[in-house]
Structure formats: structure tokens, C-alpha cells
Design a protein around this ligand. Structure first.
Ligand code: FEO
Ligand code: CA
Ligand code: CA
Ligand code: CA
Length: 639
């Protein structure tokens, strides 16, 4: 059996999630009946109208040709190289790597020692994920999440592969959080401007104000903060968002694995269990230097994490804020839209098997130049319900619908959403909203428990609706259109933009529906196949970029898919084309563009997470997560 430190976040959650309940047998019967119905109904019309309404889709051939090419590049094949591959006419360069100093007083990354807590707290964090590009006067800034660390690189300097002293743990805490820094372009190469007044590191120790309905609630009070108003730090910052008023949203995801209990007999409360808090933790050992990570000593500390954090990259003097009104769950990203009536709408996924898709609608409206301070504090949180007739609704979470106070809803959001019987989803990752029309997309990355096991709250996860495959290993991309093209509407229609799959291993024409569905939707072919869509973002021209965090075994169900990758989709025709392949054992995540759209910034997270890569430095050196720039060789804009 693997050690906890070797588990992925979802393997860890699987390990600590409660065993199947007594009703499991009944559930199986019920699911079987439901599945028969669905197989006769929704899924069969599935592969015609249910998936991808319009348009010609590419034939299932390796050579994809497009009559009317709106992508501007020739698809690249999958590969398993330990480097980044981009199409002909494009080039990529590394901009910043884990451990690169942001100030001149800090030494360059040392491959032998890997630095210490002091150097790490003044250098780019590890495992970069979501990021946004900002311009401020003549300055260009990047705000970047540093999600977590991998023992195969982070403690490669230790024989045990684990933290061996207090500074090892402090170094780890400093590698988490957010990095903000100024960049400039000299010829074709982007550089960090060291010592820029905008450079800053936000780590697991930085003071953050708690705002919104849960601020000051008893469940947020701790020994160090009896008022429940100031949290220390942010970690496991996954996807991101950017507001029209120029702030960065950083989304706290798997915050649970950092908590442990020194008291073996400690009884973990139901809400903490729902969020995956366990007595063991994932092996970070933060509790050894900071007692608040010991739940038997500080049971409310975990309630202060799992939020969306708002930072103003342009003004380091402004307080950083946790926005409790947007709910507490394993936040993926935060896609911000200004609705036609001026209200702020934020779409958000909760990435865990059988959890939910949410949106927030502000009470106030956004007006340029007016105060924005309450827009993410006062509003309504909704959770999505999908029906088999391809319609859906947003169910409000309020005291009337949940029997909980507004503060409790913001702290125990998963429990509130279960009460209104929202649809359990196949791990909602990023949401992206089209800049051209009222259409949204969400990557449902995969869910091996679909149709087999309830979520942590005991909610059933039946096969059907937007989650049509039992034991879903490939993932799908969901699309929905708000009623009357109004993002504040509580009604929508939905379909699936793509059902990822492997048409070379599975038979798209099989009689057996499960086999047929494993081949993927008609827009998936031998040339563009992928698994586990995760990052999703539109460029300014309305092309949908898709990043993957999936299996890279290149075997069995995943044969021919190669390393994790980035593709681009045409949401009108359904065409999907592979643009980039990442190095070995990485996830491709995080995407944004320079102001002139001539540079695309892409995140390469945890290359060599199993020890099989030396990206990007080569020469048998430690693999390092990095941000790369991708540009057309002719320097023309393409995003
Ligand atoms: Fe950090 Fe759900 O990915
Ligand atoms: Ca992700
Ligand atoms: Ca993922
Ligand atoms: Ca990741």
C-alpha cells in the first residue's frame, strides 16, 4: 500500500472517506433501474442531440483536417517526451521556476540544498497552478497560485524523502500560497523584475482578513484569533479568477490534508469529515511547528480555510480578504462575469467526487469607479441541479431552503447543498464563460465512484444527466446556457460539449452502451484524444483552451494519449485540436495572456511527480514546476 505522502489528493480522500453505508445494496438496485432508463433515454439521444447539438464533427481519423481553420495551427501528435511540445511556427520558453528568487538579496535556487525557509519565503513557490496577468500603469504583473508540494522533488534532498527538521516544514509552508511579481519582456524572453515593489509572497502564515456572512462566527474563533476575523495563511491554492476591478481571486482547494490530530481518540465532527479532515493528514507535518494544525487542539482552525481569497496585486498595502459569501468547499476556480444587469456572477466548482457546482450572484451592481468592497460579501449562493430533460436550475442556499443560518451556509456549504438535493457531479474543475455569448463550460474531470459509491455526505451518485458514465475514468466537458442569456437567471439548459474517451481502445459503434460511451463523443478522435480535462479558459477570440490533469501511463484505457496536454476547442463546431504536450508526469494548468495577446503563459505543474522527469533544467537535476511563455515565432498575437 502507498504511503499517504505518495497519494494524489483524490486517492487520499478515497482512503479517508467513510466506508459504504448500509444502504449500499438498495442503492445498487436503484441505480441499476435508473441506468436502464437512462440508457434507453437520455444517453441514446445522447450521442446526437444530447452531445453537441450542431455542426459537423471531425471524422475519427488520426489526420484531422478542418475546412475552415479558426485555430491557426496544425495539430501536434501526443507524445511522452520530457519536454514541452508546441505546433510548428510556435516557440516556448521558461519564465520562472519553483525556487527562483523574487529579490536580489536571495540566492538562486540550489539544486543540492533546495534552499531553506528563508530563501523559499522570498522565492517563487512550488506547484504553480491558476494565474492572472495584470497591467498597472507601465507595469506588468503576474499573480500565481502555488498549490502544493511533491515529495519526489521537494524533499529529494532528504534520504527519508520527508521533512526531517523544523526548517524543512517551514520551508514547505513557505512554498505554498501565492506569488506576485512584476515581469518584463526583453526581445522574446520574459523575466522577473527582482526587487519590484509589487513583488510579494503570500504563504501559509500571511495575515488574511475574514469577510462576509461568516466573519466573526463562533465556528471561526480560535485561541490565536478569539474574534474569528483574521486567518493566518492560505494554501492549496488551485484555480483562480480575475475581477473587472483588477483584483486576483485565489481558490483554496484541498486544505484538509494539512490537519492532523495528536489525540488518537479525538472524535472528528460530521462537518469536518465531510471536508475530508482526518486524524492522519497527508504527511506535511505542519502541526509539528504550528499547533493550529492539530485539530484536537484547535478544532475550528480548519473552518477558516476552503474559501476564495481576494488580493489586489497592484497595492500590497491593501488587506487580503477571504470571501466567505462565496462558500467553503474545495474550490477549483472562480469565473467572474458581469451580468447584463450589472450584478457580479461567480461560477465555482467543488472538486471532489460527487460534490457540486455553484454560482454566486451579488446583491449590488458593478459600476466602474464605484466601491466594489461589498460585491463579494453580499449576495446569494446557488447550487446546480440538473434534470434529464436537459434543463437545470440554480437552487438558492439560504435559511429557508437549508434550515441553516447564512453564516453556517458559508462555512458548511457542502452540507447546505446536500440539504437542497443538488446534483452530485463528476469532480467539477474549472468553469469558463464565453466572452462572446452567454455560454458556460465546466470540466468534470473524472469520477471512479460514479454509480458506485455516495459522496462523503452520503448523497447518491447515480449515473445519468451530465454524469452519464459509471466509473468515469475519462471525464467530460459540460456546457450550459443561462435562460434569456442572463447569468443571474435561475434556469438554464445544458448539454455535453465533449465526452473524453479513447476511440482506439473502445468501440464507438459498439452495441454495448458503456463501451460506446468509453470511446467518447463524436468530436473525440484518435488524433486529439485526452483524459481528465481540468483547466478551462476562453481567449479573447472565444476559443476554449482545455488543459489536462490525467493519467499519463499511455497504456490500457489511456493508450495513445501520452503526457498531459493542452487543446483548444471551437465551441460552435465542437472541433478540438491538440496544441501543446507537457513534459513527463506533469499536469498542464494555469493559463493567461499578455496584454498584447502575443504571449500565452502556461503552467507546467509537478513534472516528475513520480520521479521520472528532469524538466526543465535537464542534466539529472531536480524537476521544477514552471511557468512557460508560448509565442508565435513571427510575434503576432494569437489569443
Ligand atoms: Fe487543484 Fe481540482 O485541481
Ligand atoms: Ca485543477
Ligand atoms: Ca485535477
Ligand atoms: Ca494539480
Amino acid at each position: 500500500m502507498k504511503k499517504t505522502t505518495e497519494l494524489s489528493f483524490d486517492e487520499f480522500d478515497e482512503l479517508i472517506s467513510p466506508p459504504p453505508t448500509e444502504t449500499e445494496f438498495e442503492n445498487i438496485i436503484e441505480r441499476a433501474i435508473t441506468r436502464r432508463d437512462v440508457m434507453g433515454g437520455a444517453i441514446t439521444f445522447g450521442l446526437s442531440s444530447f452531445l453537441l447539438s450542431s455542426a459537423p464533427v471531425a471524422a475519427k481519423t488520426t489526420e484531422t483536417t478542418f475546412a475552415n481553420d479558426q485555430f491557426g495551427f496544425k495539430q501536434i501528435p501526443a507524445n511522452t517526451k520530457d519536454t514541452v511540445t508546441v505546433p510548428e511556427g510556435f516557440e516556448w520558453k521558461t519564465i520562472v521556476k519553483w525556487g527562483d528568487p523574487l529579490w536580489t538579496d536571495t540566492p538562486e535556487f540550489d539544486h543540492k540544498t533546495l534552499g531553506n525557509s528563508m530563501t523559499q519565503s522570498r522565492s517563487f513557490g512550488d506547484n504553480n497552478d491558476g494565474m492572472s496577468f495584470f497591467t498597472h500603469e507601465e507595469h506588468m504583473l503576474l499573480a500565481v497560485n502555488n498549490e502544493y508540494t511533491n515529495k519526489n522533488s521537494f524533499y529529494i534532498n532528504r534520504k527519508s524523502g520527508k521533512p526531517e527538521n523544523d526548517d524543512d516544514i517551514a520551508r514547505n509552508m513557505a512554498a505554498h500560497g501565492i506569488s506576485i511579481f512584476e515581469i518584463k519582456q526583453v526581445d522574446d524572453q520574459w523575466h522577473i523584475i527582482k526587487d519590484s515593489p509589487f513583488n510579494r509572497r503570500i504563504t501559509a502564515k500571511t495575515e488574511i482578513e475574514i469577510t462576509g456572512p461568516a466573519a466573526g462566527h463562533d465556528l471561526l474563533k480560535t485561541t490565536a484569533d478569539p474574534a474569528g476575523l483574521t486567518a493566518l495563511g492560505t494554501w492549496n491554492n488551485c484555480g483562480n479568477g480575475k475581477t473587472p476591478w483588477g483584483t486576483y481571486l485565489s481558490c483554496e482547494e484541498n486544505f484538509n490534508g494539512y490537519f492532523t490530530s495528536s489525540d488518537e481518540a479525538y472524535e472528528i465532527s460530521t462537518p469536518l469529515k465531510r471536508y475530508g479532515i482526518s486524524k492522519k493528514g497527508r504527511g506535511y507535518k505542519w502541526e509539528q511547528i504550528d499547533q493550529r494544525f492539530d485539530i484536537s487542539k484547535e478544532p475550528n482552525e480548519a473552518n477558516r480555510h476552503g474559501y476564495i481569497v481576494e488580493v489586489d496585486p497592484k497595492d500590497p498595502s491593501k488587506p487580503i480578504k477571504k470571501r466567505t459569501a462565496l462558500g467553503r468547499f474545495k474550490h477549483e476556480n472562480a469565473e467572474v462575469i458581469i451580468a447584463k444587469n450589472g450584478k457580479v456572477v461567480v461560477y465555482m466548482g467543488d472538486d471532489e467526487r460527487g460534490e457540486f457546482l455553484y454560482k454566486y450572484v451579488s446583491d449590488g451592481v458593478y459600476e466602474e469607479g464605484k466601491s466594489t468592497s461589498q460585491l463579494l460579501n453580499k449576495g446569494t449562493l446557488y447550487v446546480a441541479k440538473f434534470y434529464d430533460d436537459l434543463k437545470g436550475s440554480w437552487l438558492p442556499l439560504n435559511p429557508e431552503t437549508t434550515g441553516m443560518t447564512q453564516a453556517e451556509i458559508c462555512i458548511h456549504t457542502r452540507l447546505a447543498a446536500s440539504k437542497v438535493e443538488a446534483t452530485t457531479m463528476d469532480r467539477p474543475e474549472w468553469v469558463a464563460a464565453s466572452p462572446l455569448k452567454a455560454e458556460c463550460f465546466c470540466a468534470l474531470t473524472n469520477n471512479k465512484n460514479r454509480g458506485r459509491k455516495p459522496n462523503k455526505g452520503g448523497d447518491e451518485t447515480p449515473v445519468g444527466g451530465p454524469n452519464p458514465r459509471e466509473k468515469n475514468v475519462y471525464g467530460q466537458i459540460l456546457k450550459w446556457i443561462p435562460e434569456k442569456e442572463d447569468h443571474t437567471s435561475t434556469n438554464f439548459t445544458w448539454s455535453l460539449f465533449a465526452l473524453a474517451g479513447n476511440p482506439t481502445v473502445h468501440n464507438a459503434n459498439a452495441e454495448d452502451k458503456e463501451e460506446k460511451l468509453k470511446a467518447g463523443s463524436p468530436n473525440i478522435n484518435a488524433g486529439n484524444m485526452f483524459n481528465s480535462p481540468d483547466g478551462l479558459a476562453f481567449d479573447s477570440k472565444g476559443r476554449l483552451w482545455i488543459q489536462t490533469d490525467g493519467k499519463y501511463t499511455n497504456k490500457g484505457d489511456f493508450e495513445g494519449m501520452g503526457n498531459n496536454q493542452m487543446l483548444v476547442g471551437n465551441t460552435q463546431t465542437g472541433e478540438i485540436r491538440r496544441f501543446l504536450v507537457g513534459p513527463k508526469e506533469c499536469e498542464v494548468t494555469g493559463i493567461c495572456w499578455s496584454a498584447d495577446k502575443a504571449t500565452m503563459f502556461v503552467g507546467i505543474q509537478h513534472p516528475g511527480e513520480k520521479g521520472g522527469s528532469h524538466f526543465p533544467d535537464g542534466d539529472n537535476l531536480v524537476p521544477r514546476s514552471a511557468i512557460i511563455s508560448v509565442r508565435k515565432k513571427d510575434g503576432k498575437p494569437f489569443g
